[in-house]
Design a protein around this ligand. Structure first.
Ligand code: IVH
Length: 712
């Protein structure tokens, strides 16, 4: 992309993000999910990092979102309610730790070694909590009495929603006063105890946390609304927002919200040592702290907790979209400071979003078992629902039209749980005019036959009934033992890959990635990894197998071996094979002693079909190379130039291995015994072929003799 295009894309992203942020924070409406919005923000953030000259002060990456609604009294926050920066991978967390490490943090060893014996050693440790998907609230208690509750607003000024918050049962109207002994036992020092009790009894306490609606209440309310014919709540977060930011506290009461504390706003005044102590205090004051938190000594422990939480996510009583990781040592917070919208001392380590935005690069048509053509969208690979998605089914032309989809569009895709990814929306505002309409296919992309629209249906179909089956056979032939011999890639798996839209031709096998395979049924991490490796090791292939694998009509294993020797292909480049064959006339090919006119014609035609030439180019592009075997002293072998027939059961080696060995030594394999046969290798229970050999006087070798000869 040139700079102008980048700038244009940045502007589009900013406008789109601002539009959705406004809906979300001010209007309490939501057109696209948090995940999709994060995806746009992430693209903007990355572009701005790469092109800092395009960062503007009004970029959504530069400020805390949310605006004050006119209908509530305004409340100034002290200290300000900050936002968190997001991390989407362990690497992001590692990078964050590196950034922290640049500060002189070692001067801030824990002073208080009473609470945890770990303290004198560790400078940088973490405290992890769930990232609740509700609304940030700041509560003020004066002399222990709840006097004011406010929304975040823009972080500096919020809305006074005290009356609505008073309907939340988990917000105490007055704080519990802990006794000294209790505080001592919890590890607070005398200074801290004095400051805390004074703030609770005579001064001010600032409590920060999240107001939210549990999933259970959300469901119950929606069932009730359905019965009453009322509009359902879109999601728990919307339910909570709608409850708090309206003027009638009766509605708030009906919504039965919950409140979980995640910070003490005036922790600095209380001279606390750790963030952990903030939560301890909240509990002692009678506030609710959700029990799923964890002290972590390092990022590996953070990662473990994160993974456990992500697994438990569905079962949690409230919606959670990640883990908030905070530097536990409070003395480090002012040292690390704040950058833009958020502090350096904390990170929102987000779970894999179920929705993300990406670009539709192309549409390819896949032929199904019944000949039906299904459009598959080729995407800029994007992580969604924990996997990388680079293809998505678009179902049919009607669906494409329903979505209003064009090639080049920025789209939202969803992958929830194990459900296959789907396109849920086109972001039309992101168009730049270069988008292309998607046309129905006229010809089958596999066999080139005519395509017809099935009467009364939305589907298009290839008129060649055998097309799908032929293609599958062709693909499975390529991976089969005699050709590439790719382990774990039998016909069933091949069909699975075709159905998933991952493989359309033999060259596609070489661009498969673990991320493509992992979401497929029966493809646990290990087998995905194994298959990708198994394909990679067979990227280098000898010419005979390569020719045989192409599936040229009438060119079997033996002809392929013969051709590989006859064709003077010296380099490892597929293009050289192409150049050598294309120069041969039909007569040249017919002159090869082992190639009859039918085979010659077949080869001749194959290399003149544009589709096949493109396939060869694609194979080369995908890294397939031809290996030239060192023939060594095979000319001295007894099998050199000889025709061998195998019959009966061999016990010392498989029939395929025996064949391979004979070929390696320059011999040819035939299936029937004739006068031209030089040897018949007879295993146990050899039948008619052995009889025929005896009849014709062909030399018969026992398995033992054969083994002795190939060793020699
Ligand atoms: S700490 C300095 N802890 O996430 C940041 N925030 O973008 C102070 N949130 O609107 C926030 N769970 O409402 C913190 N355990 C948690 C949280 C949490 C949810 C929300 C918070 C804020 C947003 C941060």
């Amino acid at each position: 992309m040139d700079k102008n295009t980048i700038k244009q894309r940045i502007e589009k992203l900013k406008a789109e993000i601002n539009h959705h942020r406004y809906l979300y924070h001010v209007e309490d409406k939501q057109e696209i999910s948090e995940g999709a919005l994060d995806s746009l923000k992430n693209e903007l953030f990355k572009l701005e990092q790469e092109y800092p000259e395009f960062v503007t002060a009004d970029s959504p990456t530069q400020r805390v979102e949310g605006r004050v609604l006119e209908k509530f009294e305004k409340v100034a926050h002290e200290p300000a309610l900050l936002s968190l920066f997001d991390a989407f991978s362990f690497q992001d967390m590692v990078d964050w730790e590196k950034r922290i490490g640049k500060f002189s943090i070692s001067d801030f060893r824990f002073a208080n070694s009473k609470i945890e014996n770990r303290k004198s050693e560790i400078v940088l440790d973490y405290f992890c909590e769930l990232k609740f998907d509700g609304l940030a609230m700041s509560l003020i208690y004066e002399k222990g009495i709840f006097v004011q509750g406010a929304t975040r607003g823009d972080g500096k000024v919020g809305e006074d929603v005290t009356n609505n918050l008073k309907t939340i049962e988990s917000i105490p109207l007055n704080l519990r006063i802990p006794d000294k002994l209790e505080l001592e036992k919890s590890g607070f020092n005398q200074g801290q105890i004095g400051l805390l009790l004074d703030a609770v009894q005579n001064g001010k306490m600032v409590i920060r946390g999240e107001a939210l609606m549990t999933k259970k209440v959300f469901q119950e309310l929606n069932e009730k609304y359905a019965k009453e014919g009322k509009k359902p709540l879109a999601n728990p977060r919307n339910g909570a927002a709608g409850s708090i930011r309206q003027l009638d506290p009766k509605i708030s009461a009906e919504r039965r919200l919950d409140f979980y504390v995640y910070a003490i706003g005036n922790a600095e005044e209380l001279n606390l040592d750790t963030h952990e102590q903030e939560l301890l205090i909240a509990k002692l004051l009678g506030l609710k702290v959700y029990a799923d938190y964890k002290y972590c000594r390092n990022l590996d422990e953070v990662q473990k907790f994160y993974e456990q939480c992500e697994k438990r996510r569905e079962k949690l009583p409230m919606e959670v979209d990640g883990v908030v990781v905070k530097v536990n040592n409070l003395k480090l917070w002012p040292v690390l400071g704040i950058v833009g919208k958020g502090p350096r001392y904390a990170m929102a380590y987000k779970f894999a979003a179920e929705e993300a935005t990406t670009k539709l690069l192309d549409v390819v048509w896949q032929v199904g078992r019944t000949g039906t053509l299904t459009p598959t969208g080729v995407l800029t690979p994007v992580r969604v629902g924990g996997v990388t998605v680079s293809n998505v089914t678009l179902h049919n032309m009607d669906e494409i039209q329903r979505l209003g989809l064009k090639i080049g569009d920025t789209i939202i895709i969803e992958r929830a749980g194990d459900v296959i990814p789907k396109v849920i929306k086109v972001l039309e505002g992101m168009r730049d005019g270069n988008e292309k309409t998607i046309d129905a296919p006229e010809k089958c992309p596999i066999c080139g036959s005519k395509v017809e629209r099935i009467a009364g249906e939305v589907a298009y179909r290839c008129t060649d009934k055998e097309c799908y089956a032929v293609n599958l056979r062709r693909l499975a032939h390529w991976t089969s033992k005699g050709a590439m011999d790719i382990e774990g890639l039998g016909p069933k798996v091949v069909e699975q890959l075709v159905k998933a839209g991952l493989v359309r031709d033999i060259a596609d096998f070489y661009s498969l990635r673990e991320e493509d395979l992992k979401p497929l049924e029966r493809f646990a991490e290990k087998s995905a990894e194994n298959l990708v490796k198994a394909i990679a090791v067979k990227r280098e292939v000898d010419l005979a197998r390569f020719i045989y694998g192409l599936g040229i009509r009438h060119v079997g294993e033996e002809s392929a071996i013969y051709l590989s020797k006859k064709l003077e292909v010296r380099s490892e480049k597929i293009i050289d094979l192409k150049n050598v064959v294309i120069k041969l006339s039909l007569a040249d090919l017919e002159e090869f002693e082992d190639v009859g006119p039918i085979v010659a014609k077949s080869i001749f035609d194959w290399f003149r079909d544009e589709k096949n030439i493109n396939l060869l180019d694609k194979l080369e592009k995908n890294g397939v190379v031809i290996r030239h075997q060192v023939t060594g002293n095979m000319q001295h072998s007894i099998f050199f130039g000889k025709t061998v027939v195998l019959t009966g059961t061999l016990s010392g080696l498989t029939r395929d291995d025996a064949k391979a060995k004979i070929r390696e030594l320059g011999g040819k394999i035939a299936s029937a015994v004739s006068k031209k046969t030089d040897f018949v290798v007879a295993g146990s229970e050899a039948g008619s072929k052995l009889e025929k050999a005896n009849e014709l006087g062909v030399k018969v070798l026992s398995e033992e003799e054969f083994l002795g000869m190939i060793k020699a």
